[in-house]
Write a new protein. Structure first.
Lengths: 479, 215
């Protein structure tokens, strides 16, 4: 029985179907006429054999429309991702919504909000918090880009090992720089399933490294997430539709490659686009443009039917755990959820890709719950219409508080956040004027005060250590 | 039927939020000639437990109110039996409570009623929209030691001051402590109108009542 997540009862429509179809037609036109750059000789040869037109000088591959459409039809529309604990399996696709987390290069000091290099203990604590949060359905890449004196190149394998040791939730991992040679070994040694993630290089390019990783993921039989990353006005057109076309063409090209390699292979399509900050040149995370892009992209891809992921809700332009972070994440989350995403990165990120912290994740979990409650919508039944009850209670002095119907339904209807202050004003004053941040800090202390749970045996730990040592040797030799 | 089974049934009816069961067990207590005060204690012990659960956040308002309705279904029968017999109810003191004139909000007031009863006070709940004169009459009639006035609206809060004034005019202000509460009330307002106490929460009102009546 997979994790419940949330089930969407309603969807946001950004444009009429015929306009959405024009995005599809435009993406096919780009694929057919402009082509996608595959910087990989194997991919060029392989795609040529599938009927694509290849220009080896420019690495361009042009895709016939029919090939794209037949490959799209082959890709599974929903599938199970198994977790170490079967209760944490995910049924990816359809109207299901799950939450995952973003990441940051560093952690922050909670008092000064200044970033600092995390320790291994910070890393473990962060995973323990993610394991404990009720709406954090699966682990994503990292959360921190390394810790202590760990060489950066070891960040992915070392992080995957910690995930396995301190969580029994499903995990997705970045495939980059040959990390998957070792992360997949670890997963196989422990009998875990893992999702491999590769990223395009916009505009309209897949690197040789991404192609190699895709082949390894397919060979291992793990589901594959393709992640785009057009920055609107920089690596994609400044307009949302134009940028969505670029991203869609990139994904469709990889769908063709993967489905030709292994028909029916499980794929998750990850959208991670944001406007370019035209003053600094960095991604303008948290801007409404990112949500417009998610919603448009999601509507188009709902037609294709493949499971979808959105990355940008987890990243904000705010610099600390404060109001801006709350509204940037809250708005991004509700719009992504309503527009049909199946897995959303939301928790953890504090400031762009610079920093992350578990206290932020605790706060984000309340956003996740609140958004999830909203998209779950309303059940319309004889019982929820409650006409008999309304008639029985009548006008004043009747009331509903003592009714079994109230006790049965009020918790289902409401969402009460763990960090929401819902005291009366005088109680709040007398309780020390606590803010959501105070509650989140207290929750962090509570989670970390619980006995540390390990999900691996001594022999599995030994396997992980052995593989990490091999990885260290491999990367050491390479440098 | 064993007395222990009846007492357990009374308490369980409160935990199950079941007024019908509470009334049935109360009737069985009467039929079995159980001491009605002992049977009543089984109900108040149960509602106290529910009240504790509410105060610590494990239970919620619908649970509290529903448990109270179950308790009331049982106590109505047992109190009638007490009135007919020689048993005497003893308690922490007599409280008269109500929502002031012009105000029909009673959820907070009802919470206080339940918790005061659970704590062992004899509570006379006058209801909602109560004129100042009626509070004073009830305080005299029931020989109340404590008068609890609720007002949600800032527009009706001044009614509390009026009640305190009438208590003085009736010459009983010295022997009747007055506590005020409700969404429209602040500690500053309570001090300004000469109330003896103010408390924003229902569990806190019980503590305040005990403190003012020194019980």
């Amino acid at each position: 029985m997979p994790r419940q997540g949330f089930t969407r009862r309603t969807s946001l429509q950004m444009a009429p179907d015929e306009q959405i179809n024009s995005l599809h037609e435009a993406a096919l036109k780009v694929l057919e006429e402009t082509g996608i750059r595959f910087e990989d000789p194997w991919a060029l040869a392989f795609l040529a054999r599938q009927g694509c037109a290849i220009d080896e000088a420019s690495f361009r591959v042009c895709f016939p429309r029919q090939l794209v459409e037949s490959c799209l039809a082959q890709a599974p529309k929903d599938f199970i991702l198994t977790a170490p604990n079967p209760a944490n399996d995910l049924l990816m696709g359809g109207d299901r919504l799950y939450y995952s987390h973003s990441s940051g290069m560093q952690t922050i000091d909670l008092d000064t909000l200044e970033p600092r290099r995390p320790s291994r203990s910070d890393y473990v604590d962060c995973i323990r918090v993610l394991q404990a949060l009720p709406h954090l359905d699966h682990l994503g890449c990292y959360p921190y880009f390394g810790y202590d004196e760990l060489p950066d190149v070891m960040a992915i394998p070392a992080g995957v090992a910690i995930h396995m040791q301190y969580s029994d939730k499903h995990q997705m991992t970045a495939c980059s720089n040959d990390a998957e040679l070792f992360t997949f070994q670890m997963a196989q040694a422990l009998g875990h399933e893992i999702v491999g993630t590769i990223g395009s290089s916009p505009p309209l390019t897949w690197s040789s490294g991404a192609v190699t990783s895709a082949r390894r993921i397919v060979d291992a039989g793990y589901a594959l997430t393709t992640v785009d990353g057009a920055m609107m006005g920089g690596t994609g057109p400044a307009t949302v539709p134009g940028s969505v076309i670029v991203s869609t063409a990139e994904h469709l090209a990889m769908v063709v490659l993967v489905q030709c390699l292994r028909p029916g292979h499980r794929m998750l399509i990850g959208h991670f686009s944001a406007p370019l900050n035209m003053r600094t040149g960095s991604p303008a995370f948290g801007q409404i443009g990112a949500s417009l892009s998610n919603a448009t992209f999601n509507q188009l891809w709902r037609h294709y039917g493949l499971p979808l992921s959105n990355g940008s809700p987890g990243y904000v332009s705010a610099k600390g755990i404060e109001f801006q972070a709350g509204y940037e994440k809250g708005i991004a989350a509700i719009l992504a959820a309503l527009s049909g995403v199946n897995s959303m990165l939301l928790h953890l990120g504090v400031s762009s890709e610079l920093s992350a912290h578990p206290v932020q994740a605790i706060l984000d979990d309340d956003i996740a719950g609140m958004v999830g409650r909203f998209i779950s919508g309303e059940e319309m039944s004889q019982e929820t219409l409650a006409v008999e009850l309304i008639q029985a209670v009548g006008p004043i002095p009747g009331h509903y508080l003592s009714r079994p119907h109230t006790r049965k339904w009020w918790r289902k209807e409401q969402f009460i956040g763990a960090t929401t202050d819902s005291l009366t004003y005088p109680e709040w004053l007398e309780g020390g004027k606590k803010t959501a941040l105070d509650y989140a800090r207290a929750k962090l202390t509570e989670i970390l005060a619980a006995p540390e749970q390990r999900f691996t045996t001594a022999s599995q730990d030994a396997d992980l250590e052995r593989i990490l040592a091999e990885a260290s040797d491999y990367f050491g030799r390479r440098t | 039927m064993e007395a222990s089974e009846i007492l357990h049934g009374l308490g369980q009816a409160v935990f199950d939020y079941d007024p019908e069961a509470a009334a049935n067990w109360a009737r069985q207590a009467v039929a079995a000639k159980l001491d009605p005060l002992v049977a009543l204690a089984a109900l108040t012990d149960a509602i106290r437990e529910v009240g504790d659960g509410f105060a610590c956040g494990e239970l919620w308002l619908p649970d509290l109110i529903a448990a109270s309705e179950a308790m009331t279904a049982g106590t109505t029968i047992l109190e009638a039996e007490i009135a007919q017999g020689s048993a005497q109810q003893t308690g922490l003191g007599v409280v008269v409570i109500g929502t002031v004139f012009g105000d029909i909000h009673d959820i907070g007031k009802n919470m206080v009623v339940i918790l005061l009863r659970a704590a062992g006070f004899s509570v006379h709940d006058l209801g909602i929209n109560i004129r100042a004169e009626a509070f004073v009459d009830a305080a005299i009639r029931y020989n109340a030691g404590l008068l609890a006035l609720s007002a949600l609206l800032t527009t009706t809060a001044p009614e509390q001051k009026k009640v305190i004034g009438l208590l003085s005019e009736a010459g009983i202000r010295e022997r009747v402590k007055v506590i005020v509460g409700g969404g429209g009330i602040t500690r500053g307002f309570a001090d300004a109108i000469g109330a003896d106490g103010y408390e924003p929460t229902a569990p806190g009102a019980v503590k305040l009542a005990k403190q003012l009546l020194a019980v």
